[in-house]
Design a protein around this ligand. Structure first.
Ligand code: PEP
Length: 265
């Protein structure tokens, strides 16, 4: 099955508009003349979306700008109204947002997002034709307690509850072991491959083998230029969700270059 790898930068609460501009200008100049067989996505903070949209979609003179898709880091599960501090999917659409990261472990752990909330957000995102990057992953205690598979099973089953097969086709799953996020500790390629194969088997149980072989599953957790190739060479890993190492244009580009040359297409 041909699955186009997807490399997404999750900037978290870093880079306002002017830093976004600096990054994009530098990144685009490095990207110039290069064509990688993958999708490239940048998820800046909400307030930097207008700047990113402007740089990528209205500055048509910039070569390669079209190759980059915009993601949001979250969205509301509601349409509009009295939800102080929230951002709706229609607001995101105004800034050419195509993807939205949902269920990130920081949202789960710090903001108490449950599987049910994440499921509601995935549905709302699909209503607006946004593509969710649906994050799942176990904590170290869960892994060491032998709960890896049951945790992933619950997250996948509850997160995708009542999502149609048609909508699933526009969802990317990001497997991110919580113990590897921002810690510098990466899962070994074997640990990552085993978890990805298990997640794919869960999707097969829910939607059948065809849908499972089509869905893209990214790995996230301390991906760096020097480990991207080995991770992306695994048959069930289809790209990466990258935090810290995607804050620098050169390092994000090297991950894409090293990783996309390895990914199975
Ligand atoms: C992330 O936040 O999704 C992530 C994978 O971060 P890092 O690459 O810094 O571990």
């Amino acid at each position: 099955m041909n699955r186009k790898p997807i490399f997404a930068a999750n900037w978290k609460m870093n880079k306002g508009a002017s830093e976004t501009e600096d990054f994009v200008k530098s990144f685009l100049s490095k990207l110039q003349g290069q064509d990688f067989p993958c999708e490239i996505v940048i998820a800046p903070p909400f307030v930097s979306l207008p700047k990113l949209a402007d740089l990528l979609h209205t500055a048509t003179a910039v070569q390669n700008a079209h190759a980059i898709q915009i993601a949001a880091q979250n969205c509301s599960q509601f349409d509009a109204g009295a939800y102080t501090g929230e951002i709706s999917v229609l607001m995101l659409r105004e800034f050419f947002v195509h993807y939205v990261i949902l269920g990130h472990s920081e949202r789960r752990a710090i903001y108490g997002e449950t599987d049910a909330v994440i499921n509601a957000k995935i549905k709302k995102a699909r209503e607006a034709n946004l593509k969710p990057i649906f994050c799942i992953g176990e904590t170290l205690a869960e892994r060491e307690g032998g709960k890896l598979e049951s945790v992933l099973r619950t997250q996948v089953t509850e997160g995708l509850k009542d999502i149609s097969e048609k909508d699933l086709a526009d969802i990317v799953i990001a497997y991110e072991p919580v113990w590897a996020i921002g810690t510098g500790v990466t899962a070994t390629s074997q640990q990552a491959q085993d978890a990805h194969a298990f997640v794919r088997s869960l999707v097969a149980e829910l939607y059948g083998q065809d849908a499972a072989s089509r869905i893209r599953i990214q790995y996230g957790g301390s991906v760096k230029p020097n480990n991207a190739a080995e991770l992306m060479a695994c048959p069930d890993i289809d790209g990466a969700l990258i935090g810290g190492a995607a804050l620098e244009p050169q390092s994000f580009l090297e991950i894409i270059r090293n990783g996309s040359s390895q990914s199975e297409e």
